[in-house]
Design a protein around this ligand. Sequence first.
Ligand SMILES: *Cc1c(COP(=O)(O)O)cnc(C)c1O
Length: 380
Amino acid sequence: MPAKEKKPFYPTWVEIDLNALAYNFHMVKSLVGPRVYIAGIVKSNAYGHGMVEVSRKLTELGMDMLAVCFVEEGITIRQAGLKGIPILILGGFQPGQGELLVQYDLTPAVYADHMIEELATVACKHQTVIPCHLKVDTGLGRLGIHHSEAADFACTIASHKELRMEGIFSHLSFDEPEHKFTYLQIERFSKALSQLQARSFSPRYRHLASSAGVLGYPSSWFNMVRPGAILYGSYPTGYSQPHLKQVLSLKTTIMCLKKFPPHTPISYESSYITKRESLIAILPIGYGDGFSRLYSSVNYLLWQGKKVPIVGKICMNFTLVDVTDFTGVKPGDEVVIIGECQGEYLRAADFADPLNILPEEVLCNIDKSLPRFIVEKNKT
Ligand SMILES: *Cc1c(COP(=O)(O)O)cnc(C)c1O
């Protein structure tokens, strides 16, 4: 493994498998076919995977567009040298950020009059035309123009020649398959599109589908989809197909082994009591690294393909696992927290599901400052 050969030695690290990312991208592409554009969602540091590295790879793979939530994220991608590929700012922009959109060639979502005014002023000043995507609220109840007012708002945008309404989009509220509300959102979005059409607007990009839409609702694809989770190998609630590869692995190293007699309290608040003489391995990862205390006792980790249970509360910098049942365990051995280990597998969902949180939360919480290595594993 390239990560292990790197110097200096790191006890805990993240591996990002760009071939797995490519695999998932091709899976999405083969699902939606050649006539549907794809905007890859790379917000929140690409769901904890590293925004710049992921954006670069997706661009190489032929992604049509990248999308982030905030202007600052778009700037970071451009400053890393990625030019050419359009970057959509899903969250729009804050008052005063209009200049930055021009300077860094970013395409904002727009959904308020003050945004149009600022864009028009900035565009005039730079004698340029600013592209934008009209954001519509079809039921999520967050940002966006109410679906019944989309056509009127499109007219307002069109009244400014310095703006080009290049797209129109909305966002789904539910992830589950076959959800009534999702069909309602699709219907509202379609209706808004025909109302725009009636006034002779047909924006080049029309998009509604997040990962759940891609997997479960072909009628939500229109002519562009916006997958996030599935690019990284996470399934939306209620899906387990098609086969996807987890892009991120999280690994650590046994610091030391300690034998405890029966009935010994282990970790804070005596949160575990040994039932027998126990061999406990101490791992240098804890909630300070984003490995939540809530994962205590809900799960196990992997050592040489074997499941080693977490015992006691997870500390800020340490996690303890019971390795009594295994021979040959030694300090310096690798322990897999998320990822593949000799045929066994731990996914972000294995930590998320028992807590009723999303796999994305597990991934986003992994400390950004942990060393991160790009690997390119088996292409198959
Ligand atoms: C985050 C986000 C997505 C991607 O959602 P996934 O469920 O991760 O695919 C798509 N569109 C918008 C507007 C988003 O905020």
